[in-house]
Design a protein around this ligand. Structure first.
Ligand code: NAP
Length: 501
C-alpha cells in the first residue's frame, strides 16, 4: 500500500553516513524504506542526510517514507513540532513520497499549515501505543482519519494473539490502513498479514526501532516473507520463551529446499488458550510444541498418537479438518535415530539423567528398542515413577561411580547455554562406551568434554534436534524431509552463535 513491496525496511542510525549505508543495503532487498530521521543525532545531521539523499541516484524507483517522530510519541526527536515539520518537508523535497506524522503532532497543527509545508507528500498519520492496546480501536481510527490523511497507521503493543488479531483486522476491513501488532507475541500475526493484499511489515536493517521486530535479513532470507500469498501454509513452534529456538531456521530451510509455499514461525505463547483460539483464524496447519507446553497440550487435543499418550508429552501437532488437533511425539524416534547407528540397543543398559519430558521420551524409546533403562534424577520419586513406567530401575547418585552402562544420556538442562560450565555428572561417574547429551547449545557441553577426555564416544543433541524436526516435517507434509538442508541450517546457526559468544 505504501509502496509495491510487502517489506518496508527501517533505516535508523545516528550518523548521516551510516543512514546512507543502511539505505543502500535496504534497497538491495526491497524498494520500500522508512527513514527514521529522528534517530539522527541532531538537526544538522538530519539536514546533512537529506541533502545527500536529494543528490543520490540510489532512491530512483524507491518508495521512501520519512519519519521524524518526537519523543512524546515514542520517537527520538527532541526538537519542536515546527522543526519536525520543516524536516519532513525537506524530506519530501529530497524525494520521500510519504511522510509519517504522529497524531500527537498532527493534532496540534492547522491542516492549512500541513498543506502548505507538506502538500507535495502523502501523509501517513500514525498512532502508537507502546504500553498496550488502546481501549477503543475504532475511536483511534476515527481520530486518525479526521485529518483526511492519505493513509493511517495504528501500532499497538499486544500481549496476546487475540489482541494482535484485533489490530490486524483493522487493515482487513479498510483500505489504506497499516496495522501493526507490536511485540514478540504479535510477531506471527504481523507476518501473516503479508498473505493479504496490501499487507506490509516493517523490518529494521540494523537497529530495532520497535519491540519484537525481525531484521530485514531474517524476514527476507529466513522467512521469505516477500513471497507470502493467500496460499502460504503456516506452521510454527509454540513455547515460552521461544526467541532462542532454532526450529524456524531448520524448518524454513526444509520448505525452501522442497520449494513448498509455507512458513514456520516462532509463537511466544504464555497462555495456551490464547494460542489455540487463534489457530483457525491464522490458518495454522501444524505446530511444534516446546517447554513448557509439551505436557499441557495433551488435554486440548482431539486425538493423540498412542506412543505420545504413553510418554505423556506431545511435541508435534497436526491441525486437521474442522480445526481438530492431533498430537505426536517425535523426540521418541529421534533418540533412536541418534543412538541406533552407534550402539546395539537390544540388551544394552542405558543410564538416563533426568525425569522430565525429554527423559520420558528417551526412556520409552530405549525400552521399546530392548534396552534396560536406569534413571537418575535429583528427585528420587520422579526417577522411580519413570523407571516403573518404562520397566527399568531408578539408581541413586552414589551408585554411579561403581556402575557401568553401555550409554549415558543427559536429559536435563544442566550445561545448557548460558550455564555452559556445568555438568550433571562428574568425570568419575562416566563409566560407559558412549555419552549422549540431548542439549545442543552448545554442541560441546561440559559433560561431552569430560567424556571425550576419557576417550568415550560422544553425541551432541543437535543430531536428535534435527531428527525430531525432520520427523515433524514429514508428519506435516507427507514428504521425505530434506535432512541435509535442515542440518546445514542448524549447524550454520549454531556456528554463528558460538562465534558471537
Ligand atoms: P523438563 O520436562 O523441564 O525436565 C527437566 C529435567 O531435568 C527434570 O527431571 C528436572 O528435574 C531436571 N533438572 C532441571 N534442572 C536440574 C538441575 N539443575 N539439576 C538436576 N536436574 C535438573 O525439560 P525437558 O523437556 O525434559 O528438557 C530437558 C532438556 O532436554 C532440555 O534442556 C533440552 O536441552 C533437552 N532436549 C533436547 C531435545 C533435542 O531435540 N535435542 C529435545 C527435547 C529436549 P526436576 O523435575 O527436579 O525439576
Amino acid at each position: 500500500m505504501l509502496g509495491r513491496d510487502k517489506i518496508c525496511a527501517v533505516v535508523a542510525a545516528a550518523k548521516s553516513q551510516a543512514m546512507h549505508r543502511q539505505l543502500a543495503r535496504a534497497l538491495r532487498e526491497t524498494r520500500t524504506a522508512e527513514l527514521r530521521l529522528d534517530w539522527l543525532a541532531d538537526d544538522q545531521e538530519i539536514t546533512r542526510f537529506l541533502k545527500r539523499l536529494a543528490d543520490t541516484r540510489l532512491r530512483a524507483g524507491a518508495t521512501l517514507i520519512a519519519t521524524c517522530r518526537r519523543r512524546e510519541a515514542g520517537g527520538r526527536y527532541r526538537g519542536s513540532i515546527a522543526k519536525q515539520l520543516v524536516h519532513l518537508s525537506e524530506a519530501v523535497r529530497a524525494g520521500c513520497a510519504w511522510y509519517d506524522l504522529e497524531i500527537e503532532s498532527a493534532s496540534k497543527c492547522p491542516p492549512e499549515l500541513l498543506d502548505v509545508l507538506l502538500g507535495e507528500g502523502r501523509e501517513l498519520r500514525s498512532a502508537h501505543f507502546f504500553q498496550g492496546m488502546p481501549r477503543n480501536l475504532k475511536r483511534v481510527v476515527a481520530e486518525l482519519e479526521r485529518g483526511r490523511p492519505d493513509a493511517i497507521k495504528v501500532a499497538a503493543q499486544c500481549d496476546s494473539l487475540a489482541d494482535s488479531l484485533k489490530v490486524a483486522r483493522l487493515s482487513r476491513t479498510r483500505r489504506n490502513v497499516v496495522a501493526i501488532p507490536m511485540g514478540e507475541v504479535g510477531l506471527p500475526v504481523r507476518f501473516l498479514m503479508l498473505r493479504e493484499r496490501g499487507g506490509v511489515a516493517y523490518a529494521p536493517v540494523e537497529n530495532t526501532t520497535a519491540p519484537g521486530q525481525i531484521s530485514l535479513e531474517e524476514m527476507k532470507n529466513l522467512y521469505r516473507a516477500d513471497h507470502f500469498d493467500g496460499r502460504t501454509g503456516v506452521y510454527g513452534v509454540i513455547g515460552d520463551p521461544i526467541g532462542h529456538s532454532l526450529s524456524p531456521q531448520m524448518q524454513n530451510a526444509a520448505f525452501e529446499a522442497r520449494r513448498i509455499n509455507a512458513v514456520y514461525l516462532p509463537f511466544l505463547v504464555h497462555d495456551l488458550g490464547d494460542f489455540l483460539g487463534a489457530v483457525e483464524e491464522l490458518r495454522i496447519r501444524g505446530f511444534s510444541v516446546t517447554i513448557p507446553h509439551k505436557e499441557r497440550i495433551l488435554r486440548h487435543l482431539d486425538g493423540c498418537d498412542p506412543l505420545a499418550a504413553k510418554i505423556g508429552a506431545v511435541n508435534t501437532v497436526v491441525v486437521r479438518g474442522g480445526g481438530k488437533l492431533y498430537g505426536y511425539n517425535t523426540d521418541y524416534v529421534s533418540v533412536l535415530r541418534a543412538l541406533e547407528p552407534r550402539i546395539p540397543l537390544r540388551g544394552s543398559r542405558v543410564l538416563i539423567v533426568g525425569a522430565g519430558g525429554a527423559a520420558r521420551a528417551v526412556a520409552f524409546a530405549l525400552a521399546e528398542a530392548g534396552a534396560t533403562v536406569c534413571i537418575f534424577a535429583r528427585r528420587r520419586e520422579k526417577a522411580k515413577s519413570l523407571a516403573r513406567a518404562a520397566g527399568g530401575e531408578a539408581v541413586a547418585r552414589n551408585q554411579l561411580r561403581r556402575e557401568y552402562f553401555d550409554a549415558i544420556v543427559n536429559a536435563t538442562p544442566v550445561g545448557m547455554h548460558p550455564n555452559v560450565g556445568r555438568s550433571p555428572l562428574e568425570a568419575r561417574e562416566l563409566n560407559c562406551r558412549l555419552v549422549f547429551d540431548t542439549i545442543y547449545r552448545p554442541r560441546a557441553t561440559k559433560l561431552l568434554q569430560l567424556a571425550a577426555r576419557r576417550g568415550i564416544e560422544t553425541i551432541s543433541g543437535d543430531e536428535m534436534f534435527i531428527a525430531q524436526g525432520a520427523a515433524q516435517w514429514e508428519i506435516w507434509t507427507g514428504e521425505r524431509a530434506p535432512v541435509e538442508a535442515m542440518r546445514r541450517a542448524v549447524v550454520r546457526a549454531l556456528k554463528r552463535e558460538e562465534k558471537g559468544r
